[in-house]
Design a protein around this ligand. Structure first.
Ligand SMILES: *Cc1c(COP(=O)(O)O)cnc(C)c1O
Length: 352
């Protein structure tokens, strides 16, 4: 959504003449840090850049392996490949679609440098077990929180567990900044390295300290992001309320699970439609004017760039890819519309 407040903020920045990584970016970083328990935040130009830069800052590169779920958006694994490291795919827990700590543990080997849990659909990954696993093996933890702005586990926000937490501000996410991303970290040294890496290795102009990239956020993006951030708490509450309505009206299908202590922010509201019926249910809904989406029809390990990596056995990942269907849950939906969606999906795919 781009409302009048976002348009006014963008115009204000354009008129100011300070358009790249200026005061708006600094203010956005400051304000976003409240969402990650006060951790330092470094804004960049996308969620993918946030992941890539975090891996670089952690010194992960050729010869290293990073354990990632295959049931995610390709960006999770792409970031690993972009720094020259190898993603190693681990299976998910069927209820939450997040990395299974036991499966992740089985993939740890001598070259493993980090674990990248993905808080998929807005549900927090099991960070207690994953942090413990990482500590036991001396691994870094990089959270892909690109879908989970404001999600918490036992009251602690995602993006505040690992060495780095990465968020995306792409327009389809729970909040956006046209394009953009942010990295949260509790380590001031890592924060400084990230700031250098996003801007050609410079803190002072032309005093380049290290080799860096250009992954700066514009002030226009930051100003839009600041307006969105103000609305995020209300939008999140509305998403959760919408999910409750869907939960209580959907019959005969398994609805999203919220683990003990987890606060799901419902970036997606995803049901399972077993028995090979998912695609026909989706078509049925489309005929009634209800848009639904499959995230993701092809697990990353089956995408062309990743097919060469042996043949990992990821049964829960494959099953999820065949059965998941995400229904509308966005904050602007009216109660009657939610009930109509719930009724339609129950009629089309529910077991009665
Ligand atoms: C959106 C997304 C990304 C990438 O963010 P961009 O801003 O599009 O680069 C990474 N991981 C996950 C899980 C995402 O959903």
């Amino acid at each position: 959504m781009i409302g009048e407040a976002e348009i006014a903020a963008a115009v204000r920045v354009l008129r100011s003449g300070r358009v790249v990584q200026g005061p708006e970016v600094a203010a956005f970083e400051e304000e976003f840090s409240e969402l990650v328990a006060g951790r330092a935040c470094v804004a960049v130009n996308s969620g993918t850049s946030a992941l890539q830069l975090s891996l670089m800052a952690l010194g992960i590169g050729p010869g290293d392996e990073v354990v990632v779920p295959s049931f995610s958006f390709a960006a999770s694994a792409n970031a690993v490949r972009l720094v020259g490291a190898d993603p190693v795919f681990a299976d998910i827990t069927p209820g939450t679609y997040c990395l299974d700590p036991l499966a992740a543990s089985a993939m740890i080997g001598p070259r493993t440098a980090a674990i990248m849990p993905v808080h998929l659909y807005g549900h927090p990954a099991p960070m207690d077990q994953l942090m413990e696993l990482a500590a036991r093996h001396g691994l870094a933890v990089l959270e892909d929180a690109c879908q989970a702005h404001g999600a918490t586990l036992h009251g602690r926000p995602v993006g505040s567990f690992g060495e780095a937490g990465c968020f995306s501000f792409y327009p389809t996410k729970n909040m956006h900044a046209l394009e953009g991303g942010i990295i949260s970290t509790g380590d001031p040294h890592l924060a400084r390295t990230l700031r250098l890496l996003r801007n050609q290795g410079m803190e002072q102009r032309y005093e380049n300290e290290i080799v860096g990239a250009n992954m700066r956020m514009t002030d226009v993006a930051a100003a839009v992001g600041r307006e969105q951030l103000k609305q995020l708490p209300a939008w999140t509450e509305q998403r959760r309320a919408n999910a409750k309505v869907l939960d209580s009206h959907i019959e005969g299908l398994s609805v999203p699970h919220e683990a003990d202590g987890a606060r799901h922010v419902y970036h997606q509201y995803t049901v399972r439609i077993p028995g090979g019926l998912r695609d026909s249910v989706q078509q049925d809904l489309a005929r009634q004017g209800i848009g639904s989406t499959v995230y993701y029809p092809t697990p990353i390990h089956r995408l062309r760039p990743y097919q060469g990596q042996g043949r990992p056995s990821l049964p829960e990942t494959d099953r999820a890819a065949a059965e998941v269907l995400s229904l509308p849950v966005h904050p602007t939906l009216a109660q009657a519309e939610l009930e109509r969606i719930a009724q339609a999906v129950s009629d089309a795919g529910g077991v009665r």
